[in-house]
Design a protein around this ligand. Structure first.
Ligand SMILES: O=C(O)CCC(=O)C(=O)O
Ligand SMILES: [Fe+2]
Length: 478
């Protein structure tokens, strides 16, 4: 089965959204700087568009107090956590903290949102109406009934008067096995909240209800393999793969992608670096979101067979996040991705690493620790470490996190495997599998590879290290 994911309508729209969402995404997101310095006020499209995205085109700052929402989620008809991101405009010198409030449907419970970009803004100072502050919040759609709802926003002045308001329809569709399980667990949890005004944390989710983990986490997992293969129409050879995933926390699909497709991705990336679309500044740098610019990369990112294997692992539809390309070994410290890409319930995120050339043992290969997926999951809360609220804080995060992950692995006595596959081989790892980039013994060698991460549709997905909702794009959204 092949799908042709031609970059017609979607990439332009995605580029716009990713740009606007860049400060949400931090390490995982686009580096396009729009948030703080270039006002992109929008004119709200109040209708519920057929493609499900509520967004609008940049306009000029309004000459009156107003509140504008750039986006709510990626696709309101998808289950999950939806990002609300926008700007409030006011004539006041310093925008009062909590200038924006949110309420739902016809209720009168107004929740104050936190200012993200302090008053002032970058607009012409002669125009008092260009004073603005950004706000962001996360909607927990699991606590809303399926169907149509209203998001209501209002802007208040320092004296507490409502200066402007707006209403945005959104539709909730938490249907399907996993979405229904997540909904039930969220509804049963007294800590659950409908809207996060600040950072999302693992303690906001009832992880203690471990009976609801993914099938491969359970004691009888191996006995379920046959059913999973039948249900997801996978050939018998996948029995060994799924068994390896259960026991060791990863699967290798050798020579899965044609060499010419790998070369196409490499040549697209080289051309995009040469024409300045991407800057390659240091060896080991990750290049984000190549799929937005390269049709070959997009085909891999949304590869039907990879999605199919992941959907069998999740026993629900897999949806991709970003792409990260490496030209050289990352030398990244050993870590478990679950602190960065975090699903609730547990088990519903996987990483996919594809070799884009034959990997040389001296190029700084990926290392994985078979069996480490069974170690405890480390969240920011478990480790009592700070979340990353701006890009400059990633170093501090690593200083806090890396030694703890290292200690966990060392104490486990598990041994690493150096992964030196042929071009086109695909490695799928469990969200908690410890892995990293080994040192580059020969700095001249390249190590061309691409990583994408996938969540299960119907899980609540967020970035624990940043406290923000995860950004996924259903491939059928093309
Ligand atoms: O490719 C590597 O060296 C590590 C990449 C990685 O850890 C990730 O993308 O999650
Ligand atoms: Fe990773």
């Amino acid at each position: 089965m092949t799908t042709h994911l031609t970059p017609t309508r979607k990439p332009a729209r995605l580029r716009r959204l990713y740009g606007k969402m860049s400060h949400f995404l931090g390490r995982l997101g686009s580096r396009t700087e729009i948030a703080a310095n270039s006002p992109k006020p929008t004119v709200l499209d109040e209708s519920l568009p057929g493609d499900g995205i509520i967004t609008s085109e940049p306009g000029s700052p309004p000459g009156r107090p107003s509140v504008q929402v750039t986006t709510i989620g990626t696709k309101p008809v998808e289950p999950g956590l939806a990002a609300i991101w926008g700007w409030a405009f006011s004539a006041e010198e310093d925008l009062p903290e909590g200038i924006v409030e949110v309420a739902f449907d016809h209720e009168d419970d107004w929740v104050t949102l936190t200012n993200r970009v302090p008053g002032g803004g970058a607009g012409p100072t002669v125009d008092p109406w260009s004073r603005r502050c950004g706000f962001q919040a996360t909607l927990n759609t699991f606590l809303f009934s399926n169907g149509k709802h209203l998001l209501r926003l209002r802007v208040k002045t320092r004296s507490g008067q409502v200066a402007a308001s707006t209403e945005i329809p959104f539709r909730v569709n938490n249907t399907g096995r996993l979405a229904e399980t997540t909904t039930r667990l969220m509804k049963d949890c007294p800590r659950s909240k409908r809207v996060w005004v600040d950072l999302i944390d693992s303690t906001d989710f009832p992880y203690d209800r471990s009976t609801e983990a993914a099938w491969f986490e359970r004691a009888d997992a191996e006995a379920r393999i046959a059913d999973i293969l039948t249900k997801h129409n996978l050939p018998p050879a996948y029995e060994t793969h799924l068994r390896k995933f259960i026991r060791e926390g990863y699967v290798v699909l050798d020579d899965f992608i044609a060499r010419k497709d790998c070369q196409r991705i490499n040549s697209d990336l080289e051309a995009l670096i040469a024409n300045g679309t991407f800057k390659y500044e240091f060896k080991g740098q990750r290049i984000q979101h190549l799929f937005e610019h390269s049709a070959a990369t997009r085909r891999l990112w949304a590869h039907p067979q990879i999605i199919k294997v992941l959907s069998a692992i999740f026993d629900d539809q897999a949806v991709p996040c970003q792409t990260l390309n490496f030209m050289h070994g990352s030398q990244q410290a050993v870590h478990q991705d679950v602190i960065h890409l975090t699903p609730f319930p547990q088990g519903f995120m996987c990483g996919v690493w594809v070799a884009l050339e034959d990997i040389h043992p001296d190029s700084g290969p990926l290392i994985v620790y078979p069996g480490s997926h069974r170690l405890p999951r480390l969240y920011t809360h478990t480790l009592q470490i700070d979340k990353v609220r701006e890009d400059s804080k990633w170093h501090a995060f690593s200083v806090d996190y890396a030694p703890k992950a290292k200690e966990l692995i060392e104490q486990s006595g598990l041994e690493p495997v150096y992964y030196t596959p042929r071009a086109g081989s695909v490695l799928i790892w469990h969200e908690n599998l410890a892995h990293g980039g080994s040192p580059r013994k020969n700095d001249e060698l390249t190590r061309k590879s691409i990583v994408s991460h996938y969540f299960a549709r119907g899980s609540a997905s967020y970035y624990d290290s940043q406290g923000t909702p995860a950004w996924t794009t259903p491939p059928d959204d093309d």
